[in-house]
Design a protein around this ligand. Structure first.
Ligand SMILES: NC(=O)C1=CN([C@@H]2O[C@H](COP(=O)(O)OP(=O)(O)OC[C@H]3O[C@@H](n4cnc5c(N)ncnc54)[C@H](O)[C@@H]3O)[C@@H](O)[C@H]2O)[C@@H](O)CC1
Ligand SMILES: Nc1ncnc2c1ncn2[C@@H]1O[C@H](COP(=O)(O)OP(=O)(O)O)[C@@H](O)[C@H]1O
Ligand SMILES: [K+]
Length: 465
């Protein structure tokens, strides 16, 4: 659905890559390649059906005229409907090379195959009501619709919807753009394909790819494989889910620290602490590789005391749920005072409480938060964005929407802790946890209870060995 491990570029970064490339390669050649990539995919899906190609005034329209010409030359029945005169020299040349008829967008009638080349990365404002309604009707009337670079009306850098149709497939040119993975783009783009059009691209931002997991070595033992401590308090079930996930994802030793005597998994070691003051002793074990605090912690005085005791240790921390709500806008101050690394796993509401609501796209906001907190942030949701303080970004889109059920976030915190305890690099740990989480959900199918994901984790791990 989204090409894995692919670079993601903003509109500005894409323009810079294009400009650098055009110093050595003619722009028209690149546009020919883009149009050829569109024509190739359209022909594959069209299976002989009639096509309507929409061409906008910019270079997205230029690509559309190339695709129309190549498809017509290959024997397809193609009509073109244009919006305004071509406004760039390259688009004008491609318009001139198109020898068929061109009608106005307002005269276009639906055809079984629609190719949307109205706007791409140059869309600068919301679509007017007229073209928006026309585009929606033409897309609805088509049996298969293919967007060039982006569905027209999607804001490139945020995925905000300014009137885009929902298309069957989108061909991203040269690189993914944030809108292919964020916000409304998730539903509007359909299947996303990536076309190499010869422009070299480099980016610290990538779509999530399947990670590699090392199996234990012959001489590994439970402590060398990593020890995870999970703090349990107001809602012990949440901590149990985190601990269960950690134990299933490769941690050598998992310890639940709290007051609840119930134990569902015998292999998970329990340690009782009656008062928050006793937690420091329980956490004094230097073999502890990471502490998970937040799932089911609660937000009362006792929870605050437990959180403070955890923050006072020198262990790496995974902070989730109530721990994030308790820290609120003071999170960065607390975390900057620590020397060990931290991972924060907020959902959207928790993120806003921690870092405020302003600041651009989900990627921009997560990057700014990672820099401010000097922590790796896993900003959860249908479009999960991982960012680290060095500016690396990974975006995971299209996880199962059935994950939207209570307890799945607790599991993610446990998965992340397991990967940290196993010694993964900070970013790799987050990537691996998010990937395993999605893979376990895929394996669990529809309407699962969060608990059921735990049993799927070892199989998800096996996909990464
Ligand atoms: N630079 C290049 O030569 C290449 C560009 N490529 C294509 O070019 C696209 C970017 O081209 P452009 O930068 O020309 O931009 P677009 O073609 O995406 O759109 C810009 C044009 O649309 C108008 N416009 C923007 N928003 C509008 C709105 N809401 N209502 C009405 N008109 C609006 C602008 O005034 C401008 O004329 C990419 O998405 C890609 O498809 C590819 O061909 C690769 C090579
Ligand atoms: N619609 C969705 N599509 C894909 N993943 C989702 C969706 N909704 C939630 N998730 C994932 O499910 C998890 C929910 O976490 P969270 O909201 O913290 O739940 P809880 O606190 O109940 O454990 C996150 O990993 C999130 O990315
Ligand atoms: K388009």
């Amino acid at each position: 659905m989204i090409p894995p491990g692919a670079p993601i570029l903003t509109a500005e970064a894409m323009r810079a890559a294009e400009d650098a490339h055009f110093r050595g390669v003619p722009q028209l050649d690149v546009m020919e390649r883009a149009g050829a990539a569109i024509a190739r995919e359209a022909a594959r899906f069209a299976t002989g059906r009639d096509m309507l190609v929409l061409a906008g005034p910019g270079n997205n329209g230029g690509d559309a005229f190339v695709a129309a010409r190549l498809l017509k030359a290959a024997g397809h029945d193609v009509t073109v409907a244009a919006m305004g005169e071509p406004q760039t020299p390259a688009a004008r040349t491609m318009f001139e090379r198109w020898e068929g008829a061109t009608s106005s967008l307002y005269e276009a009638r639906p055809r079984p195959i629609l190719i949307d080349g109205l706007f791409g990365t140059g869309m600068s404002r919301a679509l007017d009501r007229g073209p928006r309604a026309l585009l929606a009707d033409l897309a609805k009337g088509a049996e298969f619709s293919l967007a060039i670079d982006l569905p027209s009306g999607l804001e490139t850098d945020s995925g905000a919807d300014y009137g885009a149709p929902r298309v069957s497939a989108t061909i991203a040119l040269a690189a993914l753009k944030p809108a292919h993975l964020l916000g409304a783009g998730l539903e509007k783009c359909g299947h996303v394909l990536l076309a190499d059009i010869g422009i070299p691209v480099e980016s610290a931002w990538h779509s999530l790819a399947r990670p590699r997991i090392e199996a234990p070595g012959a001489f590994d033992h439970k402590y060398s494989r990593g020890m995870v401590a999970v703090i349990e308090n107001a809602m012990p079930g949440a901590a149990r889910l985190a601990a269960g996930a950690a134990a299933s994802a490769g941690a050598g030793y998992v310890m639940l620290i709290g007051t609840d005597p119930a134990s569902r998994v015998d292999a998970i070691v329990r340690k009782s602490v009656a008062a928050a003051e006793d937690l420091a002793d329980a956490l004094a074990d230097p073999r502890i590789g990471v502490v998970v605090v937040g799932p089911g912690l609660g937000r009362d005085r006792r929870a605050e005391g437990l959180l403070k005791a955890v923050l006072a240790t020198s262990h790496p921390l995974v902070l989730d749920g109530d721990a994030l709500s308790l820290l609120g806008r003071n999170a960065a101050r607390w975390l900057q005072a620590r020397t060990a690394p931290s991972w924060l796993t907020p959902h959207g509401g928790e993120f806003d409480r921690l870092f405020g609501e302003a600041g651009g796209s989900k990627i921009d906001r997560t990057l700014a938060a990672a820099a401010e907190a000097q922590a790796t942030i896993v900003h959860k949701g249908a479009d999960t964005v991982i960012a680290d303080p060095r500016g690396a970004v990974r975006v995971a889109a299209h996880a199962s929407p059935w994950l939207s059920t209570a307890g799945t976030g607790d599991l993610l915190a446990g998965l992340l802790a397991a990967r940290v305890a196993c010694g993964d690099d900070a970013l790799v740990a987050a990537e691996t946890a998010v990937w395993l989480h999605a893979a376990a959900a895929r394996r669990a199918g529809p309407a699962f209870v969060a608990d059921a994901l735990i049993g799927q984790i070892p199989q998800a791990v096996s996909e990464c060995l």
